[in-house]
Design a protein around this ligand. Sequence first.
Ligand code: MG
Ligand code: MG
Length: 306
Amino acid sequence: MADIILIGAPVDSGKRRPGCLMGPDAYRTAGLPRALRDLGHRVEDMGNLTPATHGPDTAGERLFALNETIGWTHRLVRAGHEAAARGIPVFLGGDHSLSIGSVAGVARHAAEIGRPQFVLWLDAHSDFHTPETTESGNLHGTPVAYVTGQPGFAGFPDRVAPIAQENVCMIGLRSVDAAERKLLEATAIHRHDMREIDETGIGRPLTAFLDRVRAANGCLHVSLDVDFLDPGIAPAVGTTVPGGATMREGHLVMEMLHDSGLVTSMDLVELNPFLDERGRTAQVMVDLCASALGRRVFDRPTRAYA
Ligand code: MG
Ligand code: MG
């Protein structure tokens, strides 16, 4: 049994297409708190946060909603830092720019207790742009660069506990642009694209990563982007990329994470309920989160949503 702290982070400032602000309530509606309580966990729901006071954003700037994202980052660093000391924070997004703050916050706690922070990035994208390199101006493509200490984040909170590049593992990659690829290739970040998963299976890179986390007595943050999954099973995301993880691969990853006993915090990001089909993507994400926190797929009755 664990203390799980749900943190609603209706962040919608990381890209232009609105809708992710509805995410936290969609997860609640799809039964996440109950599913976790049914597993025997103590669940606290902090409700939906709001960004810290921030400067105004002007339409037409190269970076979309920069100041609002900075406001969210301040708020989420505080929330993540505080919650990580009490249990397992689960951030209910919100777009992926929330991970700028969630990861930085939990990493601050890990540094205080003298353990290295590791991050598993389950995503079609590497999210390694900086505010200077992004062509879209969408800050949801920047969290990994921020948390690993890349330059170019003027105005954001100082990084008191940057994550070592070799402690980051990306699985599910299939949409990385040329500039980002070049930056990534100069790093020690572990990257596993869908071709590798097709060739070797998803369990192999994950096992190797979890072995490293365990050997280092690390804290492990899991950041699950809806677009890690194939759009056929998870259509409610603004950045669908064909060829994603299957339901079986998704649950295998989550069950292996649970078996490892290493997960100390988690993000569920990029769900856009406005694009969903009768809540099915929200339900898939709730099921995956429950798997990561102890549910076995075959322990539950069959559900029909078709
Ligand atoms: Mg992402
Ligand atoms: Mg993505």
